[in-house]
Design a protein around this ligand. Sequence first.
Ligand code: SF4
Length: 517
Amino acid sequence: MRVLLVSPRLAIQKGDFLGSGVPYWPIELAVLATRLRDLGRDVSVIDLFGAGTRTFTESGDHYLQGRPIEAYAGSEAVRDAGVVVIYAISYMSHAEVLGLVRWFRSEHPRVPVLVMENAQAVTAYSLPRVADAFFDAGAHGLAIGDVWPVWESIERALLDPDEEGPANLCLASQRGGDPSLWSRPRDDHRRHPIPAWDLFPLEGYWALPYAHGPKQRKYLPVLTSRGCPYPCDFCVVPETNDRRWRGDDPEHVAGMLIELRDRFGVFDFHIEDLNPTVRSERWSAICEELIRRDAGVRFYFVSGTKAETVKLDQVGLLARGGCRFLSISPESGSKSVMKAIGKPFDYTHGLELVRACREHGIRTQACFLVGHPAETGEDRAASEAYLRSMVRAGLDEAAIFIVAPFAGSRLYADEKIELRGGLGALPTFTPKGRDDFGVVDAARKRLIRAFFIEKLKKGADLWMQGLRGVLGRPQTKMENLPLRVVFVMSRVAGLRARRTLGRAARFPGSARDGVAA
Ligand code: SF4
């Protein structure tokens, strides 16, 4: 039987380079592809984003980046599919994922369509929270949590309505009930399948002049652990992972990097784990193994890890093992906001870690958020003061997010923040649908300004970062930005030009006179 795996287009909010548009890869879909092959299934992949990174389509308040699914109508992959799996990679692409479900149901009414949760991203969402929307669109089933270990029973339940499915599958026939009671089975595997990247359009990702981490010509994202033990109230991960953290064996991780290096000629790896360093000794063992095997690879912790779990006396070993970038998440400079979030932060350790990384040539990023419902003006001032002290300690970059209600987070369940437009509003980390968006956006801009002012005081550092960014040799994420802005703006300009030419052809005179048709 042929299983068709589909990854959606990327949604980019118009005029927003801070809260949407980051090209995440469908890692867990590629892991499932490996499992399917091991089980002897035929696997096809349609990665709409990767196959069309230069194609932009306008859709209300955002653009969709990638090839539209209609381009595959009548293709062998669609025609021969026995089961279709659509990957709900990001909450920002929710409307696109729903559209894909509808398209497959009308194109291929008899083929089961399964929507698969992305449990390993803070930008994703908990499918039970939006189950009705998927079933109304025609999905046969929703698979939540870890899918690859239980694929065979999912497949049996999809193809045979009398078959009982595993706990992490909800079928259309069982819809209803309390979605918060659906369970995600434990996946305690210490050796996850190595993603089948050969099935994906890697060149499309590599041709982009930007990435989630500092962009190298060729790179691959990897997961070395799953889940996170912390309970942050703005985050979907406590629900999608039941606060369980599972790390792969160090030898397996080192072996995976070396195998990917040899298969794809890639030496740079973006570690996309939610919280890679939860057991700090695991990364020491991974580095020792990489050094012992003379791997010659570089790796970048590109998602904010918990700073306290990286020990100061471990930083030198991380650097020797190949670490070049570390993102940490202070979130807020205010202890009372951190208490409301549910995650403590050791501010002294944060500064010492930044200093230690600078000494060992590891670039650092600190992630802050603004707009938490518990945040006051004093708390924002505390964040600014702490950010300034981090820059003085040697911080390379800051990422400032605005809190948004992602489906599955506690803030979403408590309805503490509403977005105008409800489910129709694009949920991003620049949530323009918030009633107080003007206030929280101004707070973000103040933090960004404080960061740059403090950086300028430090001399040539910032200028060198700008130069590397313009030359396309980034060592931090922020250095991706110049080429990313040029790329996106040029695609948007092309879109507008085509639209204007289209109008001119249909209504001669309107384009020349600048009159909207
Ligand atoms: S530390 Fe908090 S924000 Fe980060 S993944 Fe865990 S729960 Fe989410």
